[in-house]
Design a protein around this ligand. Structure first.
Ligand code: NAP
Length: 346
């Protein structure tokens, strides 16, 4: 019998759900025993229903699973959620109330006071918020979330700077991949040879989520970081990976060398999905690029390049991260690995 922890994937047919299933295919801690999606998919064999878009084959253990409804009891301890945000909120609460550990990619609970919003290398102490959740007290179930796919790139790039020198102001302009909109996403007629200068709710997420992630726990509350972020978000015809141009002003004045040195100070958490390098810095001004750096660290490394003086704020830098791996499925799996290592899930 397998000693791995039984895992379910909610939203198993979507872009994030497929990436979760693909990354969990040969995972040392988890085995996928359940897949669930909308009522339209329920009752159908996974391989017959999914429009599989991953480069690897559907894992053998998953392809014959019958898709369940997201209201059924599932033979799993931990549930990875890649649910459409129109329905994720209630479904995730339902499963948490029934005693499941829910690790979510959706926006619905990210900013709730008792829900951890986690990048483990930045704020694993926030996992303690789980103890505040009513479901945890009653059934042992809980919800944890990972940030929006652009927020992760911004936050991983700026956290060392914030920690060492403080931040006053941040301006960021994104160039986001089409896979960030799920499948089939934006019609090809709208995106090929084009730039779409608006992504619904994205600016708000980027302007608020990093402040929670960088916040400190006082008592049982997160006290948000206190600096200003202005974000402009654009969809560009790139398949995978979000690129961004970031300008920032620090509290304490510093030098380029000191900032670049701070990027190497991330602690490697030693989890199965931990990348060797959390934040990779290029002095080459032509890097990072989606085609060259997308799969750096198995898609879990955030890349940054060309730190230079800014004429308005103090500094500017380019940054990049894989949106469905570091920005979604890989982030959720990293959170789940942390939960297992620290006995929140046994
Ligand atoms: N794509 C990214 O890069 C990314 C990054 C970070 C976070 N996210 C977030 O992750 C979530 C999933 O994104 P995605 O891009 O994978 O979306 P997607 O491709 O549209 O997939 C949505 C999934 O939700 C399921 N679903 C829809 N309505 C449902 C219902 N009423 N009951 C149960 N399941 C239902 C769909 O199942 P059916 O096939 O049965 O309809 C599908 O499996 C979203 O909340 C998104 O904001 C996405």
């Amino acid at each position: 019998m397998s000693s791995k922890i039984k895992a379910g994937v909610l939203g198993c047919t979507g872009a994030v759900g497929q990436k979760l299933i693909s990354l969990l295919g040969n995972h040392p801690l988890f085995e996928v025993t359940e897949v669930a999606a909308s009522d339209n998919s329920a009752g159908i064999k996974y391989s017959e229903r999914v429009n599989w878009k991953e480069a690897s084959d559907i894992p053998v253990a998953v392809k014959n699973l019958t898709i369940k409804k997201c209201s059924e009891e599932l033979d799993a301890k931990i549930l990875f959620s890649g649910l459409d945000s129109n329905v994720a909120g209630e479904i995730e609460e339902f499963y948490a109330s029934k005693g499941y550990a829910v690790v979510s990619n959706s926006k619905n609970h990210r900013m709730s006071a008792d829900v951890p919003l986690i990048i483990p290398e930045v704020n694993y102490t926030h996992f303690d918020l789980i103890h505040k959740q009513e479901s945890y007290k009653k059934s042992g179930g809980f919800i944890v979330t990972n940030p929006n796919c652009s927020t992760v790139v911004l936050a991983v790039t700026l956290y060392p700077v914030y920690k060492k020198f403080g931040l006053k102001k941040v301006m960021v302009t994104t160039m986001q991949a089409i896979s960030g909109a799920g499948y089939p996403g934006i019609p090809s007629m709208d995106i090929l040879g084009n730039v779409v200068p608006h992504i619904k709710d994205e600016e708000d997420k980027m302007q608020t989520e990093p402040l929670k992630i960088f916040g400190t726990i006082e008592g049982k509350e997160v006290i948000f970081a206190d600096f200003k972020i202005s974000a402009s978000c654009n969809r560009v015809p790139v398949r995978d990976g979000h690129t961004m141009s970031i300008s920032f002003e620090t509290e304490k004045k510093t030098s380029k060398d000191e900032i670049v040195n701070s990027f190497g100070e991330y602690e490697n958490l030693g989890l199965p999905s931990s990348p060797e390098t959390v934040l990779k810095y290029f002095s080459d001004p032509f890097r990072p690029q989606p085609l060259l750096d997308g799969m750096s660290g198995g898609g879990m490394t955030v890349s940054a390049g060309n730190l230079r003086k800014c004429n308005i704020l103090d500094w500017k830098i380019n940054a990049f991260g894989h949106n469905t791996i570091r920005g979604a499925a890989g982030a959720a799996i990293l959170n789940a690995e942390y939960l297992v290592k620290n006995k929140f899930v046994k």
